[in-house]
Design a protein. Structure first.
Ligand SMILES: Cc1ncc(COP(=O)(O)O)c(C=O)c1O
Length: 180
């Protein structure tokens, strides 16, 4: 996460409940934003298994938050290292990144981060970002020279998706065993 001190913008906290970010509370904060004070440009969220509450945002909340992003022109930073660990029996709720493409006529307000640390090996400190091309280019330009990076195409993505689906089954079995 970007060091708060390195940004000149103030941070604000948004209320959440068992269904995710409270869209009504966020709307109210944005609608009543003090005149002359710069509006927030970025919303950071961990939509699956948020630390420390364990909350996973529902589909309805995600849709509401996406609409707010469009209305109030901010970017959603979707930090989602636990997405592939979801092992519930109900279908997995789509990410903000894919929902935006499905629902809205205009895309480009979601920057998504995945991590291999939770699904391949703890502490790998390796992941990937998906999002609007200008932001990805900026990340590449300013961040990647400082770190190692790896590119992969559609075939590797399919292998990854199948590996993570198998892992989710293992997690479910482990959870059921622990609850016995
Ligand atoms: C919400 C969240 N995002 C990102 C990370 C960092 O993942 P990585 O190990 O890939 O740096 C963690 C690590 O636990 C996390 O909990």
């Amino acid at each position: 996460m970007v060091n708060q001190c390195s940004l000149s913008r103030p941070f604000m906290h948004v209320a959440t409940d068992a269904e995710g970010i409270s869209a009504s509370s966020l709307r109210s904060r944005l609608e009543n934003w003090p005149a002359g004070k710069p509006r927030p440009k970025v919303l950071y969220t961990v939509p699956y298994g948020c630390n420390p509450t364990g909350m996973t945002a529902t589909l309805e909340r995600r849709v509401e938050v996406l609409k707010l992003a469009r209305e109030f022109d901010f970017i959603i930073l979707e930090d989602d290292p636990y997405f592939y660990l979801y092992y519930g029996t109900a279908p997995r709720v789509p990410s903000y990144f894919s929902l935006e493409k499905e629902l809205l006529p205009e895309t480009g307000r979601v920057l998504r981060f995945d991590s291999f640390s939770k699904v391949l090996s703890a502490g790998m400190r390796l992941g990937f970002a998906s999002g609007p091309e200008p932001i990805l280019s900026a990340i590449e330009k300013f961040y990647l020279p400082l770190s190692s990076h790896l590119l992969f195409g559609p075939r590797t993505s399919l292998v990854y998706a199948s590996q993570t689906s198998r892992l989710a089954v293992l997690w479910r079995q482990l959870g059921e065993t622990l609850l016995l």
